[in-house]
Design a protein around this ligand. Sequence first.
Ligand SMILES: *Cc1c(COP(=O)(O)O)cnc(C)c1O
Length: 385
Amino acid sequence: MQLSTQLIHGGISEDPLTGAVSVPIYQTSTYRQKKLGQPGDFEYSRSGNPTRQALEALIAELEGGVKDFAFGSGLAAIHAVLSVFQPGDHLILGDDVYGGTFRLLEKVFKPLGLSYTMVDSRELSQLEAALTDQTKALYLESPSNPLLKIIDLEKSAVWAKKHGLLTIVDNTFATPYLQQPLRLGADIVLHSGTKYLGGHSDLVAGLATTNNAELAEKIGFYQNAIGGVLGPQDSWLLQRGIKTLAVRMEAHQKNAEIIANFLSNHPAVAKVYYPGLAEHPSHNVAAKQMRGFGGMIAFELLDESQVANFVESLKVITLAESLGGVESLIEVPAIMTHASIPKEQREAAGIKDRLIRLSVGIEAVEDLQSDLNQALLTNITADNS
Ligand SMILES: *Cc1c(COP(=O)(O)O)cnc(C)c1O
């Protein structure tokens, strides 16, 4: 089955009881037990709920995993996955991972005894240098947030396996439509379902998928033991969103390519980060491991003092955190999504104060382009006055 068909018919896509073509929202906390001590398939909705199960079956199929687990947010999914490690364990982490992932490790897991080293994960030499006897996993994002760095996932997973490490990939920016990390050698794939999978900026959700039965058992244990599960309403909404993922992603990346080229040629823009541009340093790696280049762009304004002015003068594009919705969203990582990373560390990772991240929506690209253009021109005029 082709992926765009799987998005609609994969996992559990219908109600076996009535034939309804949309899985019902099983808004229940508990289930009748016919015999004492012999619960049916479902016992209590933290441990299992049919609507959530339908979503989980779908994601497992899309990512090529044996099992998926749905959580109340991307961070709750990451929390459950990191819970499989023990005090004393060490992780190697990409240096521009999502700010909340960094905060979770630094403020929650580090005090509990987990340590980590952040490196430019494109460089095998940096991975080697960070390796210790205690290292248990390599944690990657590709494309990364916010700099759209591309990490060769296959090569990284081979390296990790050689050293007995698990490879964990946050696949939020690409989605399984564009990239399937488990098929490239990863052991666990994470998603913020809040972003492209949901696709309409109307829910918060997280997913963790693995192709390893033993790991699935562990993650399942922590999903139930910690309890950060996704409710039935949001499980349904997420599955509904995923049905249109193929058409949305195609539209996102078509627009993104045009906008990236437009920004590259604009005199007020110093630099554009988009894996689809031939000058992107890892363009070839992206072309090899992804079906397309996605809808995320980052760029730097020439004049740092005009950043606020620029984002505030946009009319169609919304100044907001988050990404992956049908509407275009823009943000300034240093002040918004990545503010929890200390400035020196941010700068060292290349996240400058003049960096802007744009989640290109599926509006008419002419409207997006003219909105950016008028805000950039306001910017230049203000500069000259
Ligand atoms: C948003 C995001 C997360 C966190 O997900 P939430 O649903 O906000 O908890 C993790 N990783 C990446 C790459 C993200 O963009």
